[in-house]
Design a protein around this ligand. Structure first.
Ligand code: ATP
Length: 288
């Protein structure tokens, strides 16, 4: 008799949703990353922290497909995507948010989610609408249902019909998460989602992301300056320092690790301290 197993995949045996192995990136003579390994299993919440200049943004760019590593591999679900573009990775189930939300100021919250849902389900139809004058067609009942469910799961109902240009930074971050979810991702990369938020907004964001992970089964990789947020949310935390992975482990181990403390003390920012996001001096960084 055949045994049928149900339930979520066992992360110890299933291929990781996203995995970097041996990733090295050099900028001229500067080694920004050297032999970095990081794994995001199915359904997991994984954190990536490290002092300023540790290599977090560089690794984010490698994982999202904006930067080719000099050595090493990136895999999604076991498949090599090292040479795949950001768009190709998105089609395979990778979504991301931006440190400075990248939204369309004239569209409402709901319209953002509708558009993302359409891109996922009927990509070509959107182009046809544009050339035939179809414009922003009224959502179908099925679209309405899917979009309403996502808006509800992020508790954005009250803001549903507001244009995003008038929303707070915290709300815009949630709209980005909602839009990302509408594309049906396996993995969501979050680029410093708490930067610029106050304590209350950060706590709300943490609760929302935890719920999104549980309800939608999407794996999260949180790249963040706010170490306390990451230690409070993620089951596995990776600490980068000078371009290498200093430690990978559960929050309680990371919190008490002398090497991690030393790395942060060297930067005068011990773990548990919400680090100020350094001003981004290079707006082109993401487009390298
Ligand atoms: N385009 C670039 N050209 C040259 N060096 C770069 C470039 N981008 C990053 N670097 C260098 O690579 C190293 C890692 O930078 P990266 O921005 O990835 O670190 P980070 O951990 O994200 O830092 P922060 O927390 O300050 O944002 C740093 O020494 C940085 O100066």
């Amino acid at each position: 008799m055949t045994t049928v197993t149900t339930g979520p995949p066992d992360p110890s045996t299933a291929a990781a949703r996203l995995e970097a192995s041996g990733v090295t990136v050099r900028f001229g003579g500067l080694v920004a990353l050297e032999g970095v390994d990081i794994t995001v299993p199915a359904g997991a919440m994984v954190g990536l922290v490290g002092p300023n200049g540790a290599g977090k943004s560089t690794l984010f760019a490698v994982l999202s497909g904006l930067l080719r590593p000099d050595a090493g591999r990136v895999r999604m679900g076991g498949e090599d995507v090292t040479r795949a573009s950001a768009a190709a990775r998105a089609r395979r189930g990778l979504a991301r948010t931006f440190q400075r939300p990248e939204l369309f100021s004239g569209l409402t919250v709901r319209e953002h989610v509708v558009l993302a849902d359409r891109v996922r389900r009927r990509g070509g139809r959107i182009l046809r609408d544009l050339v035939t004058g179809g414009g922003f067609r009224r959502p179908s009942a099925a679209e309405d249902g899917r979009v309403a469910a996502i808006i509800e799961s992020l508790h954005l109902e009250e803001l549903r019909d507001r244009e995003v240009s008038g929303l707070s930074l915290g709300a815009c971050r949630l709209v980005e998460v909602a839009r990302a979810l509408a594309t049906g991702p396996d993995v969501l990369l979050l680029d410093e989602p708490a930067s610029g938020l106050d304590g209350r907004e950060t706590a709300e964001l943490a609760a929302t992301l935890t719920r999104v992970n549980a309800e939608h089964g999407v794996s999260l990789l949180l790249v963040e300056h706010d170490v306390e947020l990451v230690l409070g949310m993620c089951e596995t935390v990776n600490v980068l320092d000078f371009g290498t992975v200093l430690r990978t482990g559960p929050p309680e181990e990371i919190r008490s690790d002398p090497a991690v403390r030393a790395a942060y003390l060297g930067a005068e920012q011990p773990p548990g301290t919400a680090r100020e996001a350094a001003p981004d001096t290079d707006p082109e960084k993401e487009r390298r």
